[in-house]
Design a protein around this ligand. Structure first.
Ligand SMILES: Nc1ncnc2c1ncn2[C@@H]1O[C@H](COP(=O)(O)OP(=O)(O)OP(=O)(O)O)[C@@H](O)[C@H]1O
Ligand SMILES: O=P(O)(O)OC[C@H]1O[C@H](OP(=O)(O)OP(=O)(O)O)[C@H](O)[C@@H]1O
Ligand SMILES: [Mg+2]
Length: 282
């Protein structure tokens, strides 16, 4: 059987988190950042460590079967590749920014010089709105270009906003796009052997979103307790070795789990336990 060929970011914001999710899914990952590719024959896959910006191109050409990259990079590339799964890390927004207080709306972009590393995304956005401006491509540290007189406005990745603040800039206009790490494949083609890979990754994503909750509850309060913890299909309920008590086990969303524990305690539940799930197949 041929190996599933997978592109993984070799550097930058996505590389560590991408390798982490693959490792959690049971795949071998490199232990040296200089390794260029790695075969995991036991799991039928081969990993290629590439620049995140180039990954959509390899996948779009069909040279590699699937890849992990940023939605913004995929859209910027114009490659014949599409998203198949959002991975929930590397979240950012792509925004216009200018000197604090100087710009308030997109109409003011007309006639400006815009610096960005994402020329494809910015040109398309301006075209769709009929705005004429000069777009200049820079490799990085785009925020500095305004102070150096190369541009009036920038369009760049914003996460915390601290880089913008440090450069005396602020965002304006609507968000150009919301990005996160995504799994991509060639448009319209699902590679052979992909289902197993997808199920493993989805298993880890679900495990990250949910935790397992166990508790004991007086049986007369069971109906209300179960309304709080409906689980996925339904909670497991077993008699406790104590007259009038039941034991409940259910998956619950990680977010809000502490509040849920408080509510269950108030309802009379005791021995409330929360444990991590490492992987699952729902
Ligand atoms: N500060 C950040 N927070 C979250 N995601 C980010 C951040 N910076 C970049 N990204 C995302 O990482 C991807 C860019 O990959 P890239 O490797 O270029 O990141 P980078 O951190 O800019 O690396 P480098 O600057 O070393 O090239 C994009 O999808 C982008 O949205
Ligand atoms: O909103 P923040 O949390 O400050 O993050 C956003 C910054 O992070 C990235 O820069 P990076 O460190 O990758 O440098 P680069 O400009 O050389 O790509 C991005 O290009 C922004 O500059
Ligand atoms: Mg960067």
């Amino acid at each position: 059987m041929s190996l599933l060929r997978i592109a993984v970011p070799n550097k930058g914001s996505l590389s560590i988190a991408a390798s982490d999710i693959l490792r959690e899914s049971g795949y071998r990952q490199r232990d040296d950042a200089k390794v260029l590719s790695l075969v995991d024959a036991e799991n039928g896959v081969e990993f290629f460590y590439l620049r995140p910006r180039d990954i959509a191109l390899y996948v779009g050409e069909g040279t590699l079967d699937i890849g992990i990259t940023g939605r913004d990079l995929l859209q910027d590339s114009g490659a014949k590749a599409e998203e198949i799964l959002s991975l929930g890390f590397g979240r950012s927004r792509f925004r216009f920014a200018g000197p604090a207080g100087r710009y308030t709306s997109l109409e003011q972009l007309a006639g400006t010089r815009i610096a960005t590393s994402y020329v494809g995304v910015v040109r398309r956005f301006l075209e769709q709105r009929g705005i004429e401006a000069t777009v200049t491509r820079l490799d990085g540290a785009v925020e500095t270009s305004i102070a150096l007189g190369v541009a009036d406005v920038i369009a760049d990745v914003v996460e915390t906003g601290s880089t913008l603040r440090r450069a005396g800039l602020e965002v304006f206009g609507e968000t150009i796009l919301e990005s996160e790490a995504v799994l991509i494949s060639r448009t319209g083609s699902v590679p052979a052997g992909f289902e197993h890979f997808q199920r493993r990754i989805e298993g880890v994503l679900v495990a990250r979103t949910y935790v397992m909750m166990d508790y004991d509850i007086p049986t007369d309060r069971l109906p209300e307790a179960v309304r709080h913890t409906p689980g996925i299909e339904g909670p497991t309920v077993a008699p406790l070795h104590k007259e009038g008590w039941s034991a409940v086990r259910a998956m619950v969303p990680r977010e809000g789990a502490q509040r849920l524990m408080d509510d269950l305690y108030d309802l009379g539940a005791r021995a409330i336990l929360l444990t991590d799930i490492h992987a699952c197949r729902l």
